[in-house]
Design a protein around this ligand. Structure first.
Ligand code: PRX
Length: 643
């Protein structure tokens, strides 16, 4: 087995073998890029993508907006598919269905190209035009990629909604995008059971502008539909084989992806074509040292940004092979992922710390039969990785021979911004690393002044902003400006805390009311809004606490409208169900405490920090600013008595 790393003066660094295969092995690249980031990205955009017309200006900033490759023309789908057709039989996608008796399906670039062309024609026939928003509510099946690429071929903007989200969550997104076309599915397999998506689709479209729903049939390919519904399989069969790509401007929107902010309403993050494509291409290639014949498996669902950039678009823009798996990691048992890695010669494996901690807990017996010797690079994303999880991942999965690339980034940034490169290192547990070449991050204090090395502060990005960065919030200029560019002038506010030591950045977590539950991003406001929908609730406050597996879990403090005759356990269960119904089960409330009063300031603001202090048994500061300081003592007692 090849060792891609060596230990030198207590540090893990790339080995000779790694250097041999690394795209980037010289630290000089950082200096070069820093000298003139605009020129650097211009060169990479030309080299990495196929442009129909060159741009006039590489970068333009009109705060708070900025534009990459303005005037340049291209089609995203051509870059993902058409230009790889000189190698038509190369596998683009490997799909592993969850049921073990179903066969793995492989799609070559040519097969994918044909399906995408046909489906683009289906969309056109249904009236989809350049600039329309098409919603995609599909599980991890090949059709999700076909649908996304078909949109990009005709210049439509896709808005993918995580299939585990509830009907309500889908509806909010359909309304915001004024979406007329929705691509849904009858369902998918999860832990051996059939999950019904159609039921949620039926509920979500009521009261929206959706005119047509194209249904992918995971269970019954011959199913007939009527009314608003048509069958994906039947329509695609009837469609013409070729669809001319629509040539777009670099700054046109490519997709919208909703994410949680600090309010109850999710924000539609917009990514543009040229900047995003350039960034997805190069960050995939360099951060994961991806070569054309490598198979990459990023376990992120397509409902998240990681699914967009590193499950699909990054690897395919590079002409490599991507693997997706429909089901859960523990089906039929905790060996499933390792089996998939061995069987499909996975070279790059990218997952979240929560998954790693889950496997740690499951035990090593599930690993014993698996060689994992095709792995070259391991990646992690989505939340801070603790030392234990890092070491387990490094030893048990990477067999102490693969570098771990800890990538820090956000839905807004489109691609990874802070990580070390495999050919450079160093690979240090819990440390993300350097800003990606051509990008710059610093740590500042409340006033925006740079803090000293080793001191924790706010992580900000400096201009020129990375090409993968968001292109605004859909239909909400004000929110865009306020969220990212208000706190620190001329700096992008990441809302993360961090410190820098020896030039290496360590991210310490969110500084706003957003939490990461099993790597999923959710705001306290969204959870509180969902809880407050329950008929007996007067008001609530949600705070995160650390969790051994999920990183963080939400804890709710609830004030009821009046005393209820229902047992506390029943009330708690019903509140949790209410949250599931509104938001889906990904960020389930771990515990509900019923209290008489919530700590508030004189202006009525709930002091969540104090609730957090109570849960973490920390010193209680700032009680003097409360209008009801006695509430805290009462809450403390309730927490102590209801562990
Ligand atoms: O707090 C950071 C955390 O995840 C947030 C972004 O969440 P989301 O938009 O859902 O995107 C996740 C996938 C890119 C960040 O603000 N985060 C992400 N990666 C890391 C991380 N925290 C620490 N280390 C990371 N590697």
């Amino acid at each position: 087995m090849v060792n891609y790393i060596i230990k030198k003066s207590g540090k893990f660094l790339p080995s000779k073998e790694m250097k041999k295969i690394a795209w980037i092995k010289d630290k000089k690249i950082y200096k070069e890029a820093e000298k003139n980031p605009i020129k650097f990205w211009g060169k990479l955009a030309r080299e990495g993508l196929k442009w129909e017309k060159p741009w006039k200006k590489t970068y333009e900033e009109k705060p708070p907006y900025f534009y990459w490759f303005k005037g340049g023309k291209l089609n995203f789908c051509v870059n993902v598919l058409d230009r790889h057709l000189d190698n038509p039989n190369k596998t683009a996608l490997i799909w592993v269905p969850e049921p073990t008796n179903e066969k793995t399906i492989k799609l070559t670039y040519k097969e994918l190209y044909d399906k995408v062309n046909r489906f683009a024609n289906v969309l056109k026939k249904l009236g989809v035009k350049k600039g329309d928003v098409v919603a995609i509510y599909l599980p991890m099946i090949p059709e999700v990629l076909i649908a996304m690429l078909a949109c990009t071929r005709i210049g439509a903007i896709h808005s993918v909604v995580f299939s585990a989200f509830s009907a309500d969550a889908l509806k909010i997104r359909l309304l915001d995008g004024k979406t007329k076309i929705l691509i849904g599915a009858d369902g998918y397999y999860r832990r051996g059971k059939k999950e019904d998506l159609k039921k949620k689709v039926d509920k979500a479209i009521i009261g929206t502008k959706v005119k047509k729903v194209i249904m992918v049939n995971r269970f019954n390919k011959n199913k007939n539909y009527s009314g608003k519904f048509v069958s994906f399989e039947k329509e695609i069969k009837k469609a013409d084989l070729y669809c001319k790509p629509v040539i777009m401007n670099s700054e046109d929107p490519l997709f919208i992806l909703y994410t949680s902010g600090t309010t109850g309403k999710p924000k539609g993050i917009v990514h543009d074509i040229g900047g995003y494509a350039t960034y997805a291409y190069w960050t995939t290639k360099w951060s994961f040292n991806l070569h054309e014949n490598d198979v990459l498996w990023c376990t992120a669902d397509i409902g998240w940004i990681t699914g967009h950039t590193y499950t699909f678009y990054g690897p395919l823009l590079n002409g490599s092979t991507s693997l997706i798996y429909e089901g859960t990691p523990d089906y039929p048992n905790y060996s499933r992922w390792w089996k998939i890695i061995d069987k499909n010669n996975i070279a790059v494996f990218y997952t979240a710390p929560t998954a790693i901690r889950m496997f740690m807990k499951a035990g090593e017996k599930f690993l014993r039969k698996h060689k994992l010797n095709t792995l070259k690079i391991l990646g992690t994303v989505g939340e801070p990785i603790d030392k234990n999880a890092w070491e387990w991942y490094f030893k048990k999965i990477g067999k102490s021979r693969c570098p771990i690339i800890d990538t820090w980034w956000q839905t807004e940034t489109g691609g990874t911004l802070i990580n070390v490169l495999p050919g450079i290192g160093p690979f240090i547990p819990t440390v993300a690393g350097y800003s990606f070449p051509g990008t710059k991050h610093i740590v500042v204090d409340e006033k925006g002044k740079r803090v000293k090395e080793g001191k924790t502060g706010f992580l900000v990005q400096l201009s020129p902003y990375a090409p993968g960065m968001l292109h605004g919030i859909y239909k909400d200029n004000k929110k865009y400006k306020e969220t990212y560019f208000k706190k620190f002038k001329n700096k992008y506010d990441t809302s993360d805390g961090a410190y820098i030591r020896d030039g290496l950045i360590r991210v310490t977590g969110r500084t706003d009311d957003v939490m990461k539950v099993a790597g999923h991003r959710i705001s306290t406001a969204e959870l509180e809004d969902a809880i407050n929908k329950y008929k007996l609730v007067n008001e609530s406050a949600v705070v995160p606490i650390p969790d051994k597996i999920k990183g963080q879990v939400p804890i709710a403090f609830v004030v009821l409208k009046s005393k209820s005759n229902l047992k506390i356990e029943i009330l708690e269960k019903q509140i949790k169900q209410e949250v599931d119904k509104t938001l889906g089960p990904t960020s389930r409330i771990a515990k509900v405490y019923f209290v008489n009063d919530l700590p508030k300031t004189r202006s009525g603001k709930i002091m969540r920090r104090i609730l957090k202090n109570v849960l973490n048994k920390e010193e209680l500061k700032g009680l003097i600013t409360l209008v009801n300081p006695n509430s805290v003592e009462a809450i403390k007692k309730i927490v102590e008595n209801n562990k």
